[in-house]
Design a protein around this ligand. Structure first.
Ligand code: NAD
Length: 244
């Protein structure tokens, strides 16, 4: 029986690459998307072409009840969940003095509370079956901070605290919880960067290149697979050396 992985923000970018890498590894997929159904359907097509069973669920992860309803639907339609990937994220970059309260709150609600919401609703099943792996997609911004990203860096640093706390609390039940801290990965999120900011960023990366979403996907699939059963509470940078 293939294991089932639930991935938030699966419609594009890193979420799509993780979904495809998990399909390659033999997982079935519950693909959560915020709004772009065509793009989510393309992720499903790519996963199904690899032999996976994949279903789409529209879910804004910032809503606690909506996240709970979605997890319920997944359980009813596809059965028990073995892996949860909290990948959904947004940026709203502004210098501190331009940042409004809602700019801060919304980024925290999606990136940090969204992960709590899905963990909170998946954990009872994980605990009951004494099986489950959680992977949170943090960022180097959460490790190092970043000018213009006080909201995003706070959310991503918060995800690291959440990861380690959940890892400690659920380890006695055989459940692993880890985080990835990607650096500069080529996706729609980073495509918006002005050329000068891009050049500055690239020159600060020891490997002198951006990462590919597929490289993040491969690491995620390893951490969610059978071979990674002794890794929990880890925060793994995937950043070309940027954070060292
Ligand atoms: P992206 O913008 O392409 O993808 C983000 C995904 O999250 C999209 O599918 C979007 O629909 C979804 N999403 C946004 N708001 C949502 C909500 N409220 N509910 C549910 N889904 C929602 O960006 P990406 O680069 O693929 O980023 C994926 C994750 O990786 C994010 O958490 C991001 O912060 C993180 N990350 C990205 C980079 C990078 O360089 N691209 C670096 C570090 C961390």
């Amino acid at each position: 029986m293939p294991k089932l992985a639930l991935i938030s923000g699966a419609s594009r970018g890193i979420g799509r690459a993780i979904s495809v890498a998990l399909a390659q590894k033999g997982f079935d997929l519950a693909l959560l998307y915020a709004g772009n159904e065509d793009s989510a359907a393309e992720t499903r097509r790519l996963c199904e072409a690899l032999g996976a069973q994949a279903r789409l669920y529209r879910c804004d992860v910032s809503g606690f009840d909506q996240s709970g309803e979605t997890v319920k639907q997944v359980l009813a339609q596809q059965g028990p969940i073995s892996a949860l990937v909290n990948n959904a994220g947004i940026t709203n970059d502004k210098l501190l003095l331009q940042m409004k309260e809602e700019d801060f709150s919304r980024v925290l609600d999606v990136n940090l509370k969204g992960a709590f919401n899905l963990i909170r609703h998946c954990a009872p099943g994980f605990i009951k079956r004494r099986e489950g792996k959680i992977l949170n997609i943090s960022s180097v911004a959460g490790l190092m901070g970043n000018a213009g990203q006080a909201n995003y860096a706070a959310a991503k640093a918060g995800l690291i605290g959440l990861t380690k706390s959940v890892a400690k609390e659920l380890a006695p039940r055989g459940i692993c919880c880890n985080a990835l801290a990607p650096g500069f990965i080529e996706t729609d999120m980073t495509a918006a960067l002005p050329a000068t900011a891009r050049e500055a960023l690239l020159s600060a990366i020891p490997l002198r290149r951006a990462g590919a979403a597929e490289e993040v996907g491969a690491l995620a699939a390893f951490l969610l697979g059978e071979s990674a059963g002794y890794i929990t509470g880890a925060v793994i940078p995937i950043d070309g050396g940027l954070s060292m």
